[in-house]
Write a protein that binds this ligand. Sequence first.
Ligand SMILES: C=CC1=C(C)c2cc3[nH]c(cc4nc(cc5[nH]c(cc1n2)c(C)c5CCC(=O)O)C(CCC(=O)O)=C4C)c(C)c3C=C
Ligand SMILES: [Fe+2]
Ligand SMILES: [Fe+2]
Length: 340
Amino acid sequence: MTWQPQNLPADHPPVKTGKVGVLVVNLGTPEAPEPGPVKRYLAEFLSDRRVVEIPPIAWQPILRGIILNTRPKKSAHAYSQVWTEEGSPLAVITRQQAEAMQARLGEGVTVDWAMRYGNPSIPDRMQALMDKGCERILLAPLYPQYSGATTATVVDKAADKLRTMRWQAALRTLPPYHDDPAYIDALEADLTRQLDALDFAPEVLLLSFHGMPERTLHLGDPYHCHCMKTSRLLQERLAGRDLRIRTTFQSRFGRAKWLEPATDTVIGEEGAKGTKRMAIAAPGFSADCLETLEELAIQGRDQFIEEGGEQFAALSCLNASDAGLAMLETLLRRELSGWI
Ligand SMILES: C=CC1=C(C)c2cc3[nH]c(cc4nc(cc5[nH]c(cc1n2)c(C)c5CCC(=O)O)C(CCC(=O)O)=C4C)c(C)c3C=C
Ligand SMILES: [Fe+2]
Ligand SMILES: [Fe+2]
């Protein structure tokens, strides 16, 4: 309920109440694992100039003329292999994370969730929070490693919404947490638990991060450095195990050079040198999604077995695990300090 002072005309817009909102955000996902919805999703995602940094006059004809006529069918098939009864894993898990944060943070805060591309959209959910009287909003893009293509574009979208408002909510944003002890602790605990539960002992653990065009590193994007630091800190924590650890980058897209080494190249190298037992984790993804459940757990496994590997495990992301939720609560409470 918003507080409505007396002596105002009946059609006066609601008066704000100083409440605090949290908006948990992740990348976005299609509405259904079918070519039409996937095409709509890819059109929005790949038209974001922070994601594809090619001038629109050159890029849009390629996107509209080639990519959106070929990729949706292939991607829809990939999505159909990981889709759940409740919907796309990325959306389902993001919602679970938000619901768990609502329970942990209590009634003093209203927690909601949004997707950068597709629905529920950032402007709509910001409006919903403001309709509930939230004057202060903590925007929480769940990307541990900062990139212009992920974190910054979430902030841009929120700023687009603020731009339309006469009386804006105050906004805070969750900073990157790639080297935060709470994050590294959570990864250590959760990966240790999963590795101990395997019925085989992997010889090698790949830490696979989403890739980016290499030129973004030279242009000053900290993403690569953030990934390497997360990886180093995590390796220090796992050093007591009899396990080789390698950092890789997955999901190459387009013709430009991407960050290396590529996950599929390393899977091939390991197979070729006789590695028989492999585990793979994706510490940069806060929720399992197409990139982990299909690209790593299905394609990665098939490739490793074809190359002569025998045992393969794709480990889960932090998702709504106890370790993951405890970490998120720590991060959010810290950013909310002074507000709650
Ligand atoms: C130029 C293309 C892409 C860049 C740059 C890029 C960066 C990037 N992406 C993520 C996280 C995710 N990406 C996901 C899917 C996905 N990514 C791209 C392309 C780029 N990503 C495409 C085309 C797709 C869609 C699927 C496909 O057709 O292959 C997802 C999963 C979404 C889901 O619905 O499950 C995530 C998550 C990061 C973190 C990042 C840069 C750091
Ligand atoms: Fe991506
Ligand atoms: Fe992919």
